[in-house]
Design a protein around this ligand. Structure first.
Ligand code: URA
Length: 202
């Protein structure tokens, strides 16, 4: 017998289908010619905390899973230090397809994929959004009318910003991108301290 999917799973699947067919994306041709997958997101659809990264890297595009490469290993380590199971959070990115050579996402890419992230936030209704890196910090803070509070990530990381989502209050916590800690191990310590902030508010 066919199992009925939950409405949240149905809505996520609709997003996946739309992204799969998104020929208008500047990254569509690169994805299909490399036999890559879009990376929609992974984790609990009832998560209290949602992590928003930048864009899939090579490992992610090959598997369709977010943060499964080197940066993902660091994210896993950080979650472990505060005893938050990865299965209880939701992990996604702004841009759902891999940009060539892991370059920074272009404004046009953020514009085309951003609405999918917006829908994912409405589906999951997280209490906390932890942004990973500068691009997701800027996108999420602008989205929640915190543009006037924007600071460089060196000043904003680990701070809590309260905002109003359509479904209630939400806290936004900007974090350094875990990939930054691959080449700068001292950032790991900063990230660990900032993850304690997360742990304290969930
Ligand atoms: N970096 C990101 O921003 N997202 C991923 O999914 C992997 C690496």
């Amino acid at each position: 017998t066919l199992k009925a999917m939950s409405p949240k799973t149905d809505q996520m699947k609709a997003i996946r289908d739309e992204v799969l067919a998104l020929k208008e994306s500047p990254l569509y041709e690169y994805r299909t010619s490399n036999k890559y997958f879009p990376v929609i997101g992974e984790g609990s659809h009832d998560a209290r905390i949602m992590f928003v990264g930048e864009a899939p890297g090579r490992n992610e595009a090959k598997t369709g899973r977010p943060f499964c490469g080197a940066a993902g290993k660091i994210l896993d380590e950080l979650l472990e230090t505060v005893s938050i199971p990865r299965t209880e959070v939701y992990i996604t990115n702004i841009v759902k397809d891999r940009p060539p050579e892991n370059r920074d996402p272009l404004p046009s890419e953020i514009e085309i994929y951003g609405p999918f992230l917006d829908r994912q936030i409405e589906i999951i209704q997280p209490k906390v959004i932890a942004t990973l890196g500068r691009y997701s910090m800027v996108y999420i803070m602008k989205k929640f009318d915190l543009e006037f509070e924007l600071e460089p990530i060196s000043a904003a990381h680990g701070k809590k910003y309260t905002a109003k989502a359509s479904y209630g209050d939400i806290q936004i916590v900007p974090l350094y991108h875990p990939a930054a800690a691959i080449y700068n191990r001292s950032l790991i310590e900063t990230l660990k301290i900032d993850f304690k902030v997360l742990k304290d508010i969930i």
